[in-house]
Design a binder for this molecule. Structure first.
Ligand SMILES: Cc1cc2nc3c(=O)[nH]c(=O)nc-3n(C[C@H](O)[C@H](O)[C@H](O)COP(=O)(O)OP(=O)(O)OC[C@H]3O[C@@H](n4cnc5c(N)ncnc54)[C@H](O)[C@@H]3O)c2cc1C
Length: 301
């Protein structure tokens, strides 16, 4: 409700730290800068879930095609290519099944170009669809990663479906879910992330531990990652101020040196970027205050 009342230009100002810019070029430039200056990896995401019009789906498809083509040929990324992340709901205005051929097309293009893909996990109606699709593509030899949300009780069973060698991003989950099917306490969700990470590593999965809670990331680095450090990565969102902590991870201050990857959303227009932050503000009004706090603390430094 409150997020709808905030004027667009103000939302845009709030969105800036979280969004790479309003073009693919801006996102690629940032990915290159983060790699060169900080040794931090990137996954690129085009903002656009919850599309309403068929032309938006077409535009999303086109941008992903362009993104894949650029990533496969851009000399800046010869050694270390950013991966791409997609949200299934960005590929349909109606039924889920409509998204499937479009996601297959993106997966094929990424595979042909040698670009790794992660299919983000959305709210519960998407869970089975996404799990089925990711595991099917992986079984066909595609470099496709999945996301599991620790808040959902079903995830304990879903772990068993993730094959050795697959990439699995573990998150608490951003979508509010009812207590019958999910935990409601964030601390408990993060404890589960650690348990699930340990279980997945034992089973040969590549674990992408994605949270900004540094106490839990430190526990992951100290207690869990040493069992298979070459199959671990820490992931965070662009804009959350964790630079010094990320350096400690890549330097190995807590145990093995761990790679860090930033999730870098970009838009093709500031209208889309503004819509993205409005959604984030709606899900979590505290986002606004976090951005403001980050901005003020940067000013002080
Ligand atoms: C790389 C990545 C990919 C993700 N992909 C998915 C996905 O596919 N599906 C899905 O459901 N969810 C996804 N998420 C979101 C995730 O599920 C959580 O909602 C989100 O990470 C916030 O939870 P947290 O674990 O960081 O814990 P929190 O308890 O929310 O945050 C930990 C601490 O970090 C700080 N913090 C958190 N957010 C911000 C911020 N915006 N600005 C400044 N400080 C902040 C706060 O100080 C907070 O105390 C992803 C998250 C990341 C990092």
């Amino acid at each position: 409700m409150f997020s709808r009342l905030v004027p667009g230009p103000l939302v845009r100002w709030f969105a800036r730290p979280y969004v790479a810019g309003d073009s693919l070029d801006a996102a690629l430039e940032l990915a290159d800068k983060n790699r060169r200056e900080r040794g931090v990896r990137t996954t690129l995401d085009l903002l656009g879930e919850g599309v309403l019009e068929p032309h938006q789906v077409e535009a999303t498809l086109k941008t992903y095609r362009d993104m894949i083509a650029r990533l496969s040929t851009d000399p800046r990324f010869t050694d270390e290519r950013p991966t791409i992340s997609v949200k299934p709901s960005a590929f349909t205005t109606t039924a889920q099944d409509e998204a499937r051929p479009r996601l297959l097309e993106i997966a094929q293009a990424a595979h042909d170009a040698g670009v790794a893909l992660t299919i983000d996990m959305e709210d519960r109606p998407w869970t089975d669809f996404t799990l089925d699709l990711c595991t099917e593509l992986f079984a066909q030899g595609f470099d496709v990663g999945i996301v599991l949300q620790s808040r959902l009780h079903r995830t304990q069973q879903d772990l068993a479906r993730i094959p050795a060698g697959m990439r699995c991003r573990l998150v608490i989950g951003i979508y509010p879910e009812p207590a019958e099917v999910a935990l409601t306490d964030k601390h408990a969700m993060k404890e589960r992330m650690l348990d699930y990470a340990a279980e997945l590593l034992t089973r040969g999965v590549f674990v992408e531990f994605a949270t900004h809670d540094i106490a839990f990331v430190e526990r992951f680095a100290r207690d869990v990652a040493p069992t298979a450090p070459d199959r671990c990565e820490v992931q965070m969102l662009l804009g959350v101020p964790r630079r010094e902590f990320q350096k400690k991870l890549t330097d190995g201050d807590f145990g093995p040196k761990l790679p860090v990857r930033l999730y870098v959303p970009f838009a093709t227009s500031w209208d889309d970027a503004t819509a993205y932050l409005r959604r984030r503000m709606k899900e979590s009004p505290s986002v606004m205050w976090l951005v403001l706090r980050n901005f003020l603390s940067r000013k002080k430094r």
